[in-house]
Design a protein around this ligand. Sequence first.
Ligand code: OAD
Length: 234
Amino acid sequence: MEKTAAKKKLVALTGAGVSAESGLKTFRDSNGLWENHDVMEVASIEGWRRNPGLVLEFYNQRRRQLESAQPNEAHKILAELEMYFDVYIVTQNVDNLHERAGSIRVLHLHGELTKARSVQDESRVYDIGYKDIALGQTGEDGAQLRPNIVWFGEAVPLILEAERQVQGADVFAVVGSSLVVYPAAGLATALRRDARAFLIDPKGVDVFLPENFTIIKETATRGVAKMRDILLGH
Ligand code: OAD
C-alpha cells in the first residue's frame, strides 16, 4: 500500500496478551495473575477499602516488573503502522509498553501503573514512574495516594472516547484480550459494518464476534506481523 495524504484509521483494542511476550502475565490464562491473587482483594474498590496495604503491594510489584520489561514486536509493529494509518491504541493494559514502542495515541481504559492519584480527588494525578506508593504517602491535598487504576466497582471514564474512536475505525484489531470485561469488551459493537476487523489471540475467544472479523490464532508478535502483511498487501 502507498502512503497517501488521507490515511485510514486503525484502532487497536489491546489486552494483557499483547504484553505476554514481554514477560508480563495475563490475568485469566493458567498461572495468570487472577489464579495467584484474588481479583476482588487486589483490584476492586471494596478490596482497597478492606486492605489498602495489600493493594498497594500488588501494584508496587507490577510496577517493578514493568520497569525491566521491554516492548515486543507486537507493540513495535503497531507503532510502525502509524506510517500507513492513523493508529489509535485503546488498551486495557496499565503498562506503558505501547508508549515505549513509540505509539503516539494511547488511551488507557483501565488507568496507568506509572501514575498515582489522590483517593479524594481523581483529578489530582501524579507521575511516579516506577516508584512504589506507600501507605501514608499523600498528595498536596493531604489525602492518601492510590494507584491511578480503574478497579472493579468503579466507572470507566474514557469509555465514551474509546467508543468514538471505534465508531470511526476503518480497521479494528483486537489483540490479546479475552473480551470478558465490560465495558471494554463491548467496544466491537460500536464498529461500522463495512470496517475490516481482526482478532489476534493464540486461543481465539469464547465470545460472539461479527462476521467481518478475521481470526488470526497466533501470539501477538506473530499475529500482528501477519495482520501488517495483510494490510500492506505483502
Ligand atoms: P485476560 O487475561 O482476560 O486475557 C488475555 C488474553 O490474551 C487471552 O484471551 C489469552 O488467550 C491471550 N493471550 C495469551 N498469551 C498471548 C500472546 N502471547 N499473544 C496474544 N494473546 C495472548 O486479559 P484482558 O482481556 O486484558 O482489568 O483482561 C481485561 C481486564 O481484566 C484487565 O484490564 C484487568 C483484568 O481484570 C483490571 O484489573 C481492572
